[in-house]
Design a protein around this ligand. Structure first.
Ligand code: FUB
Length: 339
């Protein structure tokens, strides 16, 4: 069963200028939209934000206390949005204790795989997987997280040769600073301004889609001179929210810079990188976080993201979509969501 959300359109006009995106759903709060097209239909896998006024605020995003996932679907961009109800509940994830953060989904051989981060019983972020025969769930979680995974924000990319890659990581509340060479160091600190910034992670999945095929690697993210970013380059360095898409044979890695609120992107000839920084794809939006996905629908490209237009509160977000345009040389035109 699904509920019609009943939003007439995704965009309103700005005095005859470009369309300004409107929240896709307004009766629940949603964030971190991972969008996919399955069988010609658009499915969005967002976080489901809840009012957590009674959850103690900490510096690690503890008030992002999400407890379930809902799947949204649309027949076309601008069409009515359906909410398919609870697809996975925290209480049905045997290993998890709290904070169902940004998920993603992949399809293979008749099964949909939902990848999601949550804190385990030791309060360490891990990445789990849950499966369903339907893109809208309900999903059944595996009893344990994917062995060898850590931190947050899984994004799954399936290449044209059939290989599947998992991108993940997030610093600060996402705990990436606690992991060095895939080993856990509880005291791991954020980098100092002159130090080389933390790097996102990439790993190939096995054909079973539930286990890692190799040790997790650091994804090399370099500036145009081939140099890694320092922590003080925080308007460009990786913070969280990885996404990978392919366009005209090149691999595009995009991500959030967190405390400076940009979405940036980098290009490579390989899904493993090294990726060369290109620029900003989305300027800062209302709220502290934004988190995105990029997907092709009927030969046009779209950016799904969130802001806090409806609530004005950083932890109560709403997902949106806007068109993404490439230049002839393959670079992406920077989006200002409010112009
Ligand atoms: O939604 C919780 C966290 O906030 C996500 O995992 C991050 O990417 C940020 O959007």
């Amino acid at each position: 069963a699904w509920m019609a959300v009943g939003l007439a359109s995704y965009a309103q006009t700005n005095g005859g200028k470009n369309p300004i995106s409107q929240p896709l759903v307004s009766y629940i709060y949603t964030a971190d939209p991972s969008a996919h097209v399955f069988n010609g239909k658009i499915y969005i896998y967002p976080s489901h934000d809840i009012d957590s006024e009674n959850v103690k605020r900490d510096d690690d995003g503890g008030h992002f206390a999400m407890r379930d996932y809902h799947v949204l679907s649309l027949d076309k961009i601008g069409g009515a949005v359906k909410d398919h109800g609870v697809a996975l509940d925290l209480k049905d994830v045997p290993w998890a204790s709290r904070q169902l953060w940004a998920p993603d989904v992949a399809y293979k051989n008749g099964t949909y795989y939902l990848y999601f981060p949550a804190k385990d019983k030791q309060d360490i972020f891990r990445i789990g997987v849950a499966t369903s025969k339907s893109p809208t769930g309900p999903f059944k979680a595996e009893p344990e997280p994917i062995p060898g995974t850590y931190s947050i924000d899984p994004a799954v990319f399936q290449d044209t040769d059939g290989q599947t890659y998992l991108y993940f990581g997030g610093i600060w509340g996402g705990q990436l600073q606690r992991w060095d060479a895939n080993e856990y160091h509880p005291g791991g600190a954020l980098k100092k301004p002159e130090e080389v910034a933390y790097l996102p992670r990439v790993v190939r999945l096995n054909k079973d889609m539930k286990t890692l095929a190799e040790p997790v690697r650091e994804l090399q993210l370099l500036d145009k001179n081939g140099k890694p970013f320092l922590e003080k380059d925080n308007d460009k360095r990786f913070f969280e929210g990885a996404w990978l898409h392919r366009y005209q044979g090149k691999y595009y890695f995009s991500y959030s810079t967190g405390d400076t609120h940009n979405l940036c992107y980098a290009i490579s000839d390989s899904p493993y990188g090294p990726f060369t920084y290109q620029g900003i794809l989305l300027k800062p939006v209302l709220g502290w976080t934004t988190h995105h996905s990029i997907v092709e629908v009927n030969k046009k490209w779209y950016l799904f993201y969130h802001d806090v237009q409806l609530s004005g509160k950083t932890h109560l977000r709403n997902v949106k979509v806007t068109e993404l345009r490439y230049n002839p040389d393959g670079t992406i035109q920077t989006i200002d969501a409010y112009k």
